[in-house]
Design a protein around this ligand. Sequence first.
Ligand SMILES: [Zn+2]
Length: 220
Amino acid sequence: MRNFLLSLVILSITSITTYAYTISGSKWADTNISFSYVPDGTPWEGGLSTLFASLDAVAATPVWQREFTLALQTWANVSTLNFYQVSDDGSPSHTLGLAQGDPRFGDIRLGVAPLGSSVLGSTWYPNGIALGGNITLNSNGTFAIGSFPDLFMVLRHEVGHALGLRHSSVDGSVMRTAWVDSLHDDDIAGIQFLYGIPIPEPPTLALLLFGFVCLRGKRL
Ligand SMILES: [Zn+2]
């Protein structure tokens, strides 16, 4: 019993010193998560979304949309998550509906609206209703691609919230600092706690051997 208690203490100390991610307490039930781009003029968080007008001023539509898909993919690469795009009918941000799989819009919706002067973005945690996962960039903010404030880095941080991560206290983590090159171990531990580790691909060598055996089998 004493040994058990000791190991518990050691375990908890280890986890405290290694990771500091925090979770919102909710997550997506289905790891296949859809996303959509909110049409301009959609009633959105107290304003009207200007997603396309605002970000088309930063870069061509396919370019800034690629930054968003890269932000999503960053989290998918280290977890079991998978993202796919759907259309968005412009329903207001607080519309009642399904938490996931609503036919009118994505599970995660990206819009732009006026927010307070101190934030670049604001995101709802997955919360069991259609509102969960909605990401809003500040129409009063400025964004750039490849320089500060980098759109990809902002979106990567906001997507972390949309997936159920709160802020971390670990320096260098995306969920604290945002302005870092890649996910920190702390970010990875957080997303894997929620959604598990990626399913490993069969090794290429095993596939080649399988193909060889199949070919031989056919000839014989
Ligand atoms: Zn944040």
